[in-house]
Design a protein around this ligand. Structure first.
Ligand code: UD1
Ligand code: CA
Length: 456
């Protein structure tokens, strides 16, 4: 059946103590709601509704460029049943409805598929979980034969029911036509005066519709976030899931608890990552890449056999094979390092290509530049790319030798094989195979007496 996913996200999230709507708080670098929407996409939902309330405009804006989302406002939070009811008018009778939660970010498509199959067969598919401490959750009530017959909210439980450890995750799947009728029949005669979605279970049972309960494999997958402690717990769980997958795919992590993945990492074989590394966005690592401690890489491609030494920050860069970067290097967007390049400590590179086997080893800024192959850039070299208004380009051709402490005032072009003397300020183009230097001649005074301190 066509699938409509309804994501509840209207709660105020007061316990976050935040100006940001709860579902925009991030897990693994991504808003919680984005995780849920991604799962809906995995399940090939034809429609995806988000029921929003407090701070809803900010949520909508955050997802403005995501097509195919249906935003439904629930102006007053009258309960989970009422919330689902806001989306139902737009869902055709024969569709399967799957209810998810914007603050339950780590639910996986694999866990949900059996619920959808259950709904397709005409049952209610319900996801439950066993919790060591079930306090606060709705309890699953089963009859003598083990069939689910009801869900009782904690506040409405008897002392005996409170002892049950199987709880409601809130996630269920059922055919729209049925859900519509049941939601319309909900009453708010309970301790919280709310229209509980959970009451549809009893309605289903009273109509002889079977409820198939599936237990979630890991509690973390179905845990919601109410405060920042829970957010941190889920973050740790999510990170563990990510790093375990990496390790099983052949990546060595010196300490899996000290690597954070906030995005997607595609890694080759025998990659080694040291401690306190953060990988953000889409990071691709070739075979045998090593990343030293305390590095941050974002949206970057790294070629085979490349070594990133400690304390590097690398964003939107393309790094070739057999390259060595760092320690303490900064590669900014548009840095492209060809195979065999060396970039050393305290070097910043932005919007620049460095050709094969070239070296930029110490204390240098290269911005808006094209550097050829086998170039040596001496310590303290600066491309003066900015005149206060516009950026200009520096071109350095193959086999150029740039002495230490050279200022290249762009736009400027250094021809193939040229040599630039240390300490020069190069303002004009330099022809191939020449030597250029701009340097006051050295003066030496023999037998120089330094002033001595006056005795008082
Ligand atoms: C709900 C379930 C409970 C289950 C628990 C799992 C009900 C009545 N109870 O309880 O059985 O064990 O979740 O976490 O469903 N929401 C809206 N609009 C509303 C009310 C809620 O969008 O009017 C959203 C909230 O943003 C939240 C979710 O629904 O994401 C759950 O609501 P909440 O009030 O936290 O329900 P619980 O009391 O936790
Ligand atoms: Ca809750």
């Amino acid at each position: 059946m066509p699938l409509a996913v309804v994501i509840l996200a209207a709660g105020k999230g007061k316990r976050m103590v935040s100006d940001l709507p709860k579902v925009l708080h991030r897990v693994g670098g991504k808003p919680m709601l984005a995780h849920v929407i991604e799962t809906a996409c995995c399940l090939e939902a034809v429609r995806c509704f988000v029921v929003y309330g407090h701070g809803g405009e900010a949520v909508k804006t955050a997802f403005a460029d995501l097509p195919g989302m249906d935003w439904v406002e629930q102006p007053e939070q009258l309960g989970t049943g009422h919330a689902v009811g806001q989306a139902l008018p737009a869902i055709p009778d024969r569709d399967t409805v799957l209810v998810l939660y914007g603050d339950v970010p780590l639910i996986r498509a694999e866990t949900l598929r059996p619920l959808l199959e259950s709904a397709d067969k005409g049952y209610v598919g319900l996801l439950t979980v066993e919790l060591a401490n079930p306090t606060g959750y709705g309890r699953i009530i089963r009859d003598a034969a083990g069939q689910v017959i009801r869900i009782v909210e904690e506040k409405d439980t008897t002392a005996e029911q409170r002892l049950l450890h199987e709880v409601n995750t809130g996630i269920l799947a059922v055919q729209a036509q049925r859900l519509r009728a049941w939601v319309a029949a909900l009453k708010n005669h309970n301790s919280q005066g709310e229209y509980y979605l959970t009451d549809v279970i009893e309605l289903a049972v009273s109509e002889g519709i079977g409820v198939e309960a599936f237990r979630a494999y890991k509690p973390e997958e179905v845990l919601g976030v109410n405060d920042r402690l829970q957010l941190a717990q889920l973050e740790r769980y999510y990170q563990r899931r990510q790093v375990e997958a990496l390790m099983l795919n052949g990546v060595t992590l010196r300490d899996p608890a000290r690597v954070d993945i906030r995005g997607t990492v595609i890694a080759g074989r025998d990659v080694v990552i040291d401690v306190n590394v953060i990988l953000e966005g889409e990071v691709r690592l070739g075979d045998r890449v090593t990343i030293g401690p305390h590095c941050v890489l974002r949206d970057t491609v790294v070629g085979d056999d490349t070594e990133i030494l400690s304390h590097c920050r690398i964003e939107e860069a393309q790094i070739g094979r057999r390259v060595r970067v760092g320690p303490f290097a900064r590669l900014r967007p548009g840095a492209r390092l060809a195979d065999g390049v060396r970039v050393g400590n305290f070097v910043e590179i932005k919007q620049a290509r460095i050709g094969q086997d070239s070296k930029v080893n110490h204390l240098t800024y290269i911005g808006d530049a094209e550097i050829g192959a086998d170039v040596n850039v001496g310590a303290g070299t600066i491309t003066c790319n900015y005149d206060g208004a516009n950026k200009h380009k520096t071109i350095i051709e193959d086999r150029v030798f740039v002495g230490s402490n050279v200022a290249l005032v762009a736009p400027v072009k250094i021809g193939e094989g040229a040599t630039l003397g240390a300490g020069s300020t190069i303002t004009k183009d330099v022809p191939a195979d020449s030597l250029s230097l701009t340097r006051a001649p050295q003066k030496t005074v023999a037998d120089w007496q330094r002033p001595s301190k006056k005795s008082s």
